[in-house]
Design a protein around this ligand. Structure first.
Ligand code: ZN
Length: 169
């Protein structure tokens, strides 16, 4: 029998950290976060968390450690506070430390390009507005010309049919 992780999370932080034995050394046996979740779920007899609400937290603040006595199920907030107290930078802080202001604005510019082409957010000049409206007009006229010729074809088809009938009758 397993404890549903959602039920498990109703316990308070102290209860959820009761199994911790931080006097033990870290165990680094390789693997990734998902493997560690397996170890912890097995150790505590819980189901696996799904979504982003329940985190695997390292009380030892060693992200490579999979000692079940060093890990616990926490909320996103608890995980965040853990990392802050341990001085582990958040992704945002990490980014700020790694890149200078110029590099960051260059990234933002590149992302802007990726997300919407170089003209995204750039106000149109009168010249481009005029060009756009000209080409819209052209497209519309072309469209109408095609529609008209289609209609005429249809008319002549109907006419032909009528003629056929009349010749039969
Ligand atoms: Zn550890």
């Amino acid at each position: 029998m397993f404890i549903d992780i959602v039920e498990y999370m109703k316990m308070n932080l102290v209860e959820r950290q009761e199994h911790l034995r931080l006097e033990e050394p870290c165990i680094e046996r390789g693997g990734f976060h998902n493997n560690f979740r397996g170890v912890l779920a097995e150790h505590l007899g819980t189901t696996f968390p799904s979504g982003m609400m329940i985190h695997l937290c390292h009380a030892c603040n060693n992200g490579k450690c999979s000692n079940p006595h060093h890990m616990y199920w926490g909320t996103a907030r608890e995980n965040y506070i853990d990392r802050i107290t341990a001085g582990v930078p958040t992704i945002g802080e990490h980014y700020m430390m790694r890149y200078s202001a110029t590099e960051r604005s260059e990234h933002a510019r590149k992302n802007g390009l990726k997300n919407g082409g170089k003209n995204k957010g750039v106000p149109q000049t009168i010249e481009t507005k005029r060009k756009n409206s000209e080409s819209n007009k052209l497209a519309w006229t072309e469209d109408r010309r095609i529609r008209q010729s289609e209609r005429m074809k249809g008319n002549s088809l109907r006419k032909n049919r009528k003629q056929d009938y009349s010749s039969v009758v």
